[in-house]
Design a binder for this molecule. Structure first.
Ligand SMILES: [Mn+2]
Length: 273
């Protein structure tokens, strides 16, 4: 089973200096690139870990473009998890499964996906009862407390690193943090923030892309694949970050025996204050 994991596309997001037509073109290119990568990687499924759209009342135009692009992936089923930006959204297609609440779905004979719902969380009683066999993935659009610089902001959708470890899932896939991060215990990867597919800022501090997840006979292999944002859709960052801010934001975070590590972090050489 091969899965392309992405999230936080925030389609329809308005950006300074880009007119609405350019926005649609930019969003279309993002989708094209993901569809192209999914074809090239010959994935069985596409997972979108929330915030596919920037808001619930997105234009029907963008939804149609989305459906059209996804329909080019004929053999690929698409699983969409809601994010804090697009909780109420739906796309009507037999090719797409929406995880609108905490629910479980078998995606193959031996792989089950459990959604962590913002409001209800994960029903741990059911989870423990169910997870006796096969490969179990928990997916959610969540903030991890120890990674939050602003603790209040994401209070409603947050879990702790220990929560994640104690779920004892075979794999946890997360959206919300726009940078790809792996949660490791020793050499074992417990969870992944799949990250947004592009860094839209001109002065890039991290590489972004998609995560290709391969599950074979209970073994999981995760691979980061970088995607480039076309230069015409880049925007200027609101402010330059200090070296200290960069370190706090992008450096590894250790919680007991667990470490969150950013993938593809590259502080630009000519960065200066
Ligand atoms: Mn989010």
């Amino acid at each position: 089973m091969r899965i392309l994991c992405t999230g936080d596309l925030h389609l329809g997001r308005k950006r300074r200096r880009l007119n609405p037509d350019m926005l649609i073109t930019g969003d279309t290119k993002i989708l094209d690139n993901i569809v192209h990568t999914a074809k090239e990687e010959q994935v069985d499924c596409l997972f979108i870990l929330g915030d596919l759209f920037d808001s619930d009342d997105i234009s029907s135009n963008i939804k149609e473009i989305c459906l059209d692009k996804f329909s080019q992936l004929k053999e690929t089923h698409i699983y969409i998890f809601p994010g804090n930006h697009d909780l109420g959204i739906n796309l009507n297609s037999p090719q797409i499964t929406f995880f609108n609440e905490s629910m479980a779905r078998k995606i193959s004979d031996d792989i089950t996906v459990y959604a962590y719902d913002h409001k209800k969380g994960l029903d741990l009683a059911d989870w423990n009862e169910d997870k006796k066999s096969g490969f179990n993935i928990i997916c959610g659009h969540l903030a991890v407390r120890e990674l939050q610089l602003d603790k209040q902001r994401n209070a409603g959708i947050s879990v702790s690193t220990h929560d994640i470890a104690h779920w004892k899932a075979d794999l946890v896939l997360l959206g919300h943090d726009h940078n790809t991060r792996f949660l490791k215990q020793g050499n074992k990867i417990l969870a992944t923030y799949v990250g947004a597919p592009y860094n839209i800022y001109e002065n890039e501090l991290v590489a972004r892309g998609v995560v290709i997840c391969e599950i074979d006979k209970g073994q999981v292999n995760l691979r980061f694949r970088r995607l480039e944002c076309p230069p015409e859709f880049k925007v200027k960052a609101a402010h330059m970050r200090t070296a200290e801010e960069i370190n706090t934001r992008y450096g590894p975070v250790t919680v007991g025996e667990y470490t969150w590590k950013l993938i593809g972090s590259h502080v630009v050489n000519n960065f200066s204050m």
